[in-house]
Design a protein around this ligand. Structure first.
Ligand SMILES: Nc1ncnc2c1ncn2[C@@H]1O[C@H](COP(=O)(O)OP(=O)(O)OP(=O)(O)O)[C@@H](O)[C@H]1O
Ligand SMILES: [Mg+2]
Ligand SMILES: [Zn+2]
Length: 307
């Protein structure tokens, strides 16, 4: 047991370190370095719900609660999808305007180029097209925007981007069930939402709220990813459900949805995320990567069935 305790402590420390970084990132204030062009791009109004040209399927990766692993799940599922035998074209939209994570997780930086028709070119790594507020404002700058500016920025990040052609666009949602979430569901035809939760009761309560919100606006729930569901000691292979057991299973039964997969609390997931080299690529033969691949295959088959 002592062996497992020391290992689990290092995993949780890694996780907390990154969460502090996330909090730091989301505390930044509006930057003077937003160029007039960027301001102009973000200042235009909102359209009505319309498909994104050339994008076949839009999927939300969501949870009402912060820090449960949405962004980590988004990148690993996106990369698993992109490496599926059908080699679909995959993109990621980072809808977390206040605390963008995708640049770091996908090891991308820099400003998007503009196409001849004034669309922003997504930045690409590992074959996945990405767009994020982090490409438009400096990391330590930015954002005390009020609602309309946020909505406008989101709309630019969504529509003023040369996404086409894409089979799947995964949207890494910010935490909560507020304006951003509702706007996205109102602006875009969404094929379904994946709900990420951890096994703690508070996270499960928020997951329930999230599922209920999406159902109210007629977004199909593709299923639940239970993140940090268990911990397996790398030394003695003892497995422990350190954040509780069976909560997500009960939630899925109560709300008539399914568990898409369980991802362990794992130091390597955290460390490779920090390096911008997600575990699905860096350790493709690990059980963690197999879990992400299974989740992505289930999502694929559900989307195909619903289409
Ligand atoms: N299965 C896991 N094992 C270990 N660490 C993990 C796991 N999943 C996520 N993490 C770590 O937990 C932290 C939070 O993850 P992430 O940023 O993906 O959460 P989030 O839900 O997107 O957060 P936010 O609400 O701030 O957007 C990060 O440090 C990440 O590396
Ligand atoms: Mg996130
Ligand atoms: Zn052990």
């Amino acid at each position: 047991m002592r062996c497992c305790q020391s290992h689990v402590i290092s995993s949780v420390k890694c996780l907390l370190r990154r969460r502090d970084l996330c909090r730091h990132a989301s505390n930044f204030t509006v930057g003077s370095k937003v160029t007039p062009k960027q301001r102009e791009l973000m200042g235009r109004g909102l359209p009505k719900k319309e498909p994104l040209p050339g994008v076949k399927n839009i999927i939300l990766i969501s949870s009402a609660k912060g820090g449960v692993g949405k962004s980590t799940t988004t990148v690993n599922v996106a990369l698993a999808l992109a490496n599926h035998e059908d080699t679909p074209k995959v993109g990621i939209l980072d809808a977390d305007v206040f605390g963008p994570s995708i640049p770091k997780l996908m090891n991308l930086s820099g400003n998007p180029a503009l196409t001849h028709d004034n669309l922003m070119e997504p930045l690409i790594n590992y074959g996945v097209k990405c767009m994020s507020m982090g490409f438009l404002v400096d990391e330590d700058e930015a954002i005390v925007w009020r609602g309309p500016m946020v909505m406008s920025a989101l709309q630019k990040l969504t529509r003023n981007v040369a996404w086409s052609p894409l089979d799947y666009l995964l949207i890494d949602m910010p935490p909560g069930t507020g304006d951003t979430q509702l706007s996205i569901t109102q602006l875009l035809p969404i094929k379904g939402a994946v709900i990420v939760t951890t096994p703690q009761d508070v996270a499960l309560l928020d997951a329930r709220r999230g599922i209920e919100m999406y159902r109210k606006v007629n977004i199909p729930i593709l299923g639940i990813v239970q993140n940090m569901s268990h911990y397996t000691c790398p030394k003695c292979h003892h497995t422990e459900h350190i954040f509780g057991n069976n909560g997500a299973m009960k939630l899925s039964r109560d709300l008539d949805t399914e568990i898409l997969g369980n991802i362990p609390l794992d130091l390597q997931i955290c460390e490779y995320s920090d390096k911008g080299f997600p575990i699905v690529l860096s350790k493709p033969n690990s059980p963690q990567s197999s879990s992400y691949r299974e989740i992505s295959s289930t999502i694929l088959s559900k989307i195909t069935l619903n289409s």
